[in-house]
Design a protein around this ligand. Structure first.
Ligand code: UT7
Length: 333
């Protein structure tokens, strides 16, 4: 018997109903629809407006969709890995809160912080729990309520980010399909370009940090852009080469949705036409850890058993990576 593999056997997603369009942003900061569309590809994003709601509330909507589709009881879940940089609280972990809210009474779980690469880090981690034979049902969820950490007077960041959640169920594969390879990377020296200045143990919250707006996401966009273009394209090419794959054999590229120009650069490097690239940045913006599972959610019906899919991301940290998945089921089934 070959090595045990983890397969994605279901997908769920959730985006809040409230839309924040480029035209809305025109009224809030010195920007315009044309600039945002041509520089990023974004037209609108979703915002979780309800007071008292956080990342866990979006995550549970995505996970409950999976439970419905699979006719599964929450008590069957063994483990929840939650990728987020906008946890409900600093502690306890959002995974913990999710398990409580969905009634996953037999599950344990934890949060994983890798910004926009969070879903790939979490998927690779979750897959290893299945591959080891230890667990049978692992939920991997990518969720971020970016609106909680965005300064809506800062045009450099507020035009980019949105809120959302996407989740997958991992189970032992019964055939040759599953998560087949992953290359993950990090370089902490990149933190200077994308981070939150206060609220951690180095600079705890004070009145001064609040007044100085240091609890919002800070981004120096241009260097991040340069590293992202190279990082995401290089790691995707490396993944193909290591597995002897060519662009023709890839059915879909599922890129992190940060900027349409970064997505195009990665697709070109892999020799993939636009038709093979999942792009939903125009309607959700950059939802950080949720972008990749939200693409899988939007495209689920079109996916076919055995499809070669490459997931690729680059984000804060820096963190980046690419994962090769052979899709486990027919979307229409
Ligand atoms: O998701 C995780 C990682 N994040 C990313 O991958 C994001 C990477 N970075 C980017 O996507 C891009 O850098 C941005 C979309 C953030 C910015 O685009 P850019 O093409 O790098 O713009 P820029 O910062 O170089 O600014 C170009 C010009 C500047 O004006 P001048 O100096 O040329 O007169 C900016 O002041 O555009 C101006 N500008 C804006 N104008 C209208 C910057 N932001 C805006 C805005 N609206 N929102």
């Amino acid at each position: 018997m070959g090595k045990l593999k983890a397969a994605i056997t279901s997908v769920g997603g959730y985006v809040p109903e409230t839309k924040l369009t480029n035209f809305d942003l025109e009224k809030m900061v010195d920007t315009n629809d044309e600039w945002i569309r041509t520089r990023t590809g974004i037209e609108e994003r979703r915002i979780l407006k309800e007071p008292g709601k956080g990342s866990s509330d979006m995550a549970i909507m995505a996970i409950q969709e999976i439970l419905r589709k699979k006719n599964m009881d929450p008590s069957e879940i063994d483990c929840v890995v939650c990728a987020t940089v906008t946890p409900d609280m600093v502690f306890p972990a959002t995974a913990n809160i999710i398990c409580d809210k969905i009634g996953a009474t037999n599950a344990w779980g934890f949060d994983l912080s890798a910004a926009c690469s969070g879903f790939l880090y979490a998927l690779t981690t979750g897959a290893m729990y299945i591959e080891s034979g230890r667990y049978k049902k692992v939920i991997v969820v990518g969720v971020d309520k970016m609106s909680a950490i965005i300064d809506y007077t800062d045009r450099a960041t507020c035009i980019i980010f949105g809120d959302g959640a996407g989740a997958v169920l991992l189970e032992p594969s019964t055939d040759e399909n599953g998560i087949l390879d992953s290359i993950l990377k990090s370089d902490g020296s990149g933190r200077q370009y994308l981070h939150m200045k206060a609220g951690g143990s180095v600079k705890p919250a004070t009145i001064e940090t609040v007044m100085a707006k240091e609890h919002y996401a800070f981004q120096d966009g241009q260097p991040v852009f340069k590293f992202a273009v190279k990082g995401m394209a290089d790691v995707s090419a490396e993944l193909l080469e290591r597995n002897g794959l060519t662009g023709e054999e890839i059915a879909w590229l599922v890129p992190h949705q940060a900027n349409l120009r970064i997505i195009d650069a990665t697709a070109n490097r892999m020799g993939l036409p636009r038709e093979k690239v999942m792009i939903n940045i125009q309607k959700y913006g950059n939802t950080t850890a949720a972008t990749i599972p939200l693409c899988l959610w939007d495209w689920e019906k079109q996916l076919k058993k055995g499809d070669n899919i490459v997931l690729a991301a680059f984000g804060g940290g820096f963190t980046w990576g690419a994962t090769w998945v052979k899709w486990g089921y027919d979307g229409e089934a």
